[in-house]
Design a protein around this ligand. Structure first.
Ligand SMILES: Nc1ncnc2c1ncn2[C@@H]1O[C@H](COP(=O)(O)OP(=O)(O)O)[C@@H](O)[C@H]1O
Ligand SMILES: [Mg+2]
Length: 475
């Protein structure tokens, strides 16, 4: 169990490496929603642009076909009314108008003789619409590597008439349209990606801010609130409502704390008076009665120490001792605690060794830390059987983003099962098998409150056998 209290910022995100970050973003519901929306947007843009492309290009080629059909009809009429000679004249007139796009060919299919037109050779053609390559059929340098759309028709007298248009310029238009649509898609992709990222990152940031604050509050920083961004939008409203709820919870908690504080405080006086009376009675009564009174005195002392511990926990949690922080050397403090507990340890033949030392000084409340370490030593001796051992160590730990002092107190007792390590920090919680030992279950609650007030953390580990309590205190 680790109470992350020495760093109020949720460091989880900072320590993630790049891959993990990307995976985290990909799992984020906002990012997924924006990504899905973006994918749909791209798909519909692609469908729309393809439709524009096909209909525009289709229109260009349809126009060409209309033109050819119209010209074909015109020349066919000329042939029908004036015969072959008039058709040859009409083709030559049309060609003289310097329409480079027009392709004509009139030939006799029997003797393969070209009668009119601007092609030098007869291509392989069949009746109807088709596309032919002009390269080998013309000497015109302007038409090299071009293709033509042609309509072929058989006429009487073994004549074949071919009427068509060079489609190079239509090809160029098609390329131009294609290129501008590709550029359009690229721009949509780029703007969409940037926009999607900006939208999802800003939403993720807002949600993360709320999440981080709630995480810290769940770690015990009850006074924290979600900062308002002053935009009065739905996130601000959410933050405001959560803060309002937190205020109510804090009020309730303070009320509970005050009640327990008042009970402890108010019952202490009558209990002390009761204790005094019992002592008076004990002084002049029979031996048998005196023994009974002695037991009652022990119970009263237990009650009094429980009330005192409750009051002390409340005092630490309220932060009333903040003014007593001074620079102290932890090893000196631990030496004093060890000296204090040596006689008790000797009684149980338990050895105490100070294993690793470190002379670093930290800013702390000496009395509070003395209290915390005595509670831990008290437990270590209480819950370690005869002839056991206790080892103490204090080490300076350096990580990439922090530096802290780690004090460990390890014993050779039976330890605390993993599932109960969090619970023993709660007030009055004691392991079932320890209920017959003297104590009230408040010792570790006080330790936790003191460690937290020093922005430190506490961790219970296995000492195999026994318990290792590790306390981290920031420098
Ligand atoms: N060193 C330890 N070894 C085994 N169990 C421990 C140890 N320290 C504490 N515990 C368990 O945690 C419980 C809570 O400890 P604490 O709050 O100090 O209460 P208390 O000592 O009054 O019982 C103890 O009752 C005990 O069951
Ligand atoms: Mg204890």
């Amino acid at each position: 169990m680790l109470l992350k209290t020495h760093n109020p910022v949720n460091n989880e995100a900072a320590s993630l490496d790049f891959k993990q970050r990307i995976r985290k973003i990909a799992h984020n519901s906002t990012f997924r929603m924006v990504f899905l929306y973006f994918a749909l947007f791209i798909l519909s843009s692609l469908i729309l642009l393809s439709f524009i492309y096909w209909s525009t290009v289709g229109y260009i080629y349809k126009q060409l076909d209309h033109h050819i059909e119209y010209d074909m009809e015109r020349l066919q009429n000329i042939y029908n009314t004036g015969g072959k000679e008039r058709l040859i004249d009409a083709i030559e007139i049309s060609l003289k108008q310097k329409n480079y796009d027009s392709i004509y060919l009139l030939y006799n299919k029997k003797n393969k003789q070209i009668l009119a037109g601007n092609l030098n050779k007869i291509p392989y053609i069949k009746a109807g619409w088709q596309i032919i390559d002009l390269s080998a059929l013309t000497d015109d340098p302007l038409q090299q590597n071009h293709s033509a759309r042609i309509l072929v028709m058989s006429l009487p007298e073994n004549l074949i008439f071919m009427n068509g248009l060079d489609i190079e310029s239509a090809h160029q238009q098609e390329h131009m349209i294609f290129n501008s649509l590709i550029t359009g898609i690229a721009i949509i992709l780029l703007l969409g990606t940037i926009g999607g990222f900006i939208i999802s990152i800003s939403t993720i940031k807002k949600i993360n801010l709320i999440n981080d604050t709630i995480y810290q509050i769940s770690q015990g920083y009850f006074s924290l609130r979600i900062p308002s961004r002053g935009t009065d939008d739905d996130y601000d409203l959410l933050a405001k409502n959560i803060n309002e709820m937190l205020n109510q919870i804090e009020k309730l908690m303070q009320g509970m704390q005050n009640i327990s504080n008042n009970i402890a405080h108010d019952l202490r006086t009558p209990l002390t008076r009761l204790r005094g009376r019992l002592e008076v009675i004990q002084n002049d009564c029979s031996q048998a009665t005196s023994e009974g009174i002695q037991e009652a005195l022990i119970e009263t002392d237990n009650l009094l120490s429980a009330f005192n511990a409750m009051l002390r926990i409340n005092k630490v949690e309220s932060g009333a001792h903040k003014g007593h922080f001074t620079s102290i050397i932890i090893d000196d403090l631990l030496d004093d605690v060890v000296a204090f507990y040596e006689p008790l340890a000797e009684d149980k033949e338990i050895s105490i060794t100070f294993e690793v030392r470190n002379n670093t000084s930290i800013n702390a409340d000496r009395d509070m830390l003395f209290q915390a370490f005595t509670n831990l030593f008290d437990n270590a001796i209480k819950y370690t059987p005869q002839q056991g051992s206790i080892t103490v160590s204090s080490e300076l730990i350096n990580t990439t983003d922090s530096q802290y002092l780690q004090v460990s107190i390890a014993d050779t007792g039976i330890g605390i099962p993993e599932n109960e390590r969090k619970k023993v920090l709660e007030p009055f919680y004691r392991l079932e098998k320890h209920r017959d030992h003297q104590g009230n279950g408040l010792g570790l609650s006080l330790v936790a409150a003191i460690v937290k007030s020093h922005k430190g953390s506490i961790e219970f580990l296995d000492n195999d056998p026994g318990l290792r309590v590790s306390i981290q205190l920031p420098i």
